[in-house]
Design a binder for this molecule. Sequence first.
Ligand code: IFM
Length: 449
Amino acid sequence: MAEELVFPEGFVWGAATAAYQIEGAVAEDGRGPSIWDTFTHTPGTISDGTTGDVACDHYHRWREDIDLMRRLHLNAYRFSVAWPRVLPQGRGRVNQPGLDFYSRLVDGLLEAGITPYLTLYHFDLPQALQDDGGGWLRRSIVDDFAAFVDVVSRTLGDRVRHWMTLNEPWSFGMLGYLEGEDAPGLRLDLQSALTVAHHALLAHGAAVDILRANAPGSQVGIVLDVNHVAPASDAPEDIAAARRYDGIQNRMYLDALFHGRYPEDMLTLVGEAAPPVAPGDLRQISRPIDFLGVNLYRRSLVAAGDTLPPINWRRVNPPGEYTLMGWEVSPNALYDTLLDVHQRYAPPTIYVTENGAAFEDTLAGDGRVHDDRRVAYFRNHLAQAACVIAAGVPLHGYFAWSLLDNFEWAYGYERRFGVVHVDFATQQRTIKDSGYLLAEVARTNRIAT
Ligand code: IFM
């Protein structure tokens, strides 16, 4: 028999996007180049050879996109500000038309009754800052980020009440500086990736102070791609590998942010690759925050292996359903991750800031997109979200990834995550069945399972 799960009153229902993935207009109104412009224009980097030059053309179509949010009954929208639109050279001269774009967007959202949740950094570092000492490898990037946050929050702080400093520092450190899969496409070493992570966390701490000063009373947090890590077997070597992987993926960030220290076992394990900590750093990183944003896509089942020495792990993919990204569909991972984060770190509030799936989608003869697998994905994950709230976790909101099909980084336009289908040739938007599900859940604040 169908059961209905009810969400608490005032629950935040949103969808998320990121500037480079949707905006396009990369050379318009004074925007400077970002590392993603450079990377995508380098042959061989993106699997379908595309770029974010046009993407969803959101820069011109933002009104239409707000209208879509309204039709989806969303009461919140998570988006990011492109640093090179605001500061084309990364620092120094402010590009007023770039700032004005976000100001108009925020006003439009507020007029539509949609609360803006603003991410300050979602991967698109100004190229000029990459050219100066290697971007996030240079410690003084913290000052550059602080200056950028100051400009944005002075302008929007009167209207934006929810701020996210960084999106997924694990991703941009590991994939950008170690694996080379994402911009800036470097294949350095673990020490470099951990240096990037440390500078990113320091930049987060600096941003918290600035936001407290410029936007008093607003809510400030950070977004992490937390994984629920479980050992693939009871074998002691798999249990130890899972602990190491949990360390590199989760604890290095969460312990620093919430406990003010890097985990001792990880510092011992990585030895000379440990982050370059100066006196006072951990105090800056662990400034109290109002919420933690969790991006959740899958669980990680881990065995001992030879990936990323000295982490020496291997991913185990059990039989089951997988998305086009090759990620296991595991609604329980949402429950387990949120409960785990709550028990280990107790952030005052948690939001699911991203959750979603890439599947093959087709526009059917009836003009609709019957994305049944994504509908089931959301239904099952939302049921877990309701259950984890009932278990006492302070989950206050859920943002689907993503509002629109968009530029999925190294995979270009081949991986569609949207609850709204985008025909990239015509820019025609079509709400998918998963979008209608989300709309119904957001409208009624309940989900039938
Ligand atoms: O598209 C990305 C997003 O930019 C960051 N989190 C994961 C998503 C899906 O890969």
